[in-house]
Write a protein that binds this ligand. Sequence first.
Ligand SMILES: Cc1cc2nc3c(=O)[nH]c(=O)nc-3n(C[C@H](O)[C@H](O)[C@H](O)COP(=O)(O)OP(=O)(O)OC[C@H]3O[C@@H](n4cnc5c(N)ncnc54)[C@H](O)[C@@H]3O)c2cc1C
Length: 268
Amino acid sequence: MKPPPLEHVAPASVEEAVALLGEAGDEAKVLAGGQSLMPLLAFRLARPGLLVDLNRLGTELGGVRREDGGGLRVGALARQREVERAGLLGVLGEALGMVGHPAIRNRGTVVGSVCHADPAAEMCALAIALDGSLELRSVRGTREVAVDDLLTGPFTTTVEPDELAVALRLRPPEGWRWRVLEVARRAGDFALAGVVAGLDATGERGRVAVFGAGPRTYRVEGAAAGLVDRAVDAAAPVGDLHGGAAYRRHLVGVVARRALAQLGAAAA
Ligand SMILES: Cc1cc2nc3c(=O)[nH]c(=O)nc-3n(C[C@H](O)[C@H](O)[C@H](O)COP(=O)(O)OP(=O)(O)OC[C@H]3O[C@@H](n4cnc5c(N)ncnc54)[C@H](O)[C@@H]3O)c2cc1C
């Protein structure tokens, strides 16, 4: 199937992109790497009247860099493969290596993946594990919102239709160690379930962000002892032809326990 008729505009500046979104409201969709949006258009699951294409805005929206305080800023047009290769944050590269295939990651963006809010997306889990936030710009101004507060359900967020995400900020707490583990039927497939797990320097406190096991990615944190059970208790997976709900819930426990054990948590 082909996308329905629509207008395509490739603005020459972020200011112009934001103005276009402000005028069009919920008639418009932002196009970044297109790795999720183009299939949605082709299946006519999305029917925007206007596509605001960011792909001329590499200078303003590209790049990934360290920020003061140990954080990382990923621009909205930084491709997943570029961020993976930059090697600035081990756990980010590890998680990106599990997103689709290199061809997908050559086009797809980290910020686009967070905005898409797939409950099985590695990037959403990584963002909530590492206290990530999106910088959102619109004609009404700029706001910075924690990704954990943005995700409301499958493929839904509180990003307003006239808002452009310009960057993702990640703020890994100091001294923590991280591990990403998932179970997928084939390399490159979406995970049946997965976790981004972290432990502090003492090994006594940890976090587990879970993907593929509920309507949105979620995070549990606190004493390392009992973290696996809490991650499993919070799971609300829906079964499909790739794996039943009980199996996916079981997988959450398996990958959370393994990840924490690999990080050295005695209680895992
Ligand atoms: C074969 C295949 C395998 C895949 N496997 C995986 C996988 O294993 N794990 C995984 O997580 N994903 C996977 N994906 C999905 C895909 O990799 C990501 O969802 C994608 O990279 C999202 O980024 P994008 O730049 O392509 O976003 P787009 O497709 O351009 O946009 C996605 C959505 O986000 C919105 N958006 C994008 N950028 C912005 C912005 N700056 N501001 C506001 N809204 C914005 C768009 O309007 C759209 O609604 C796969 C895709 C394919 C085709």
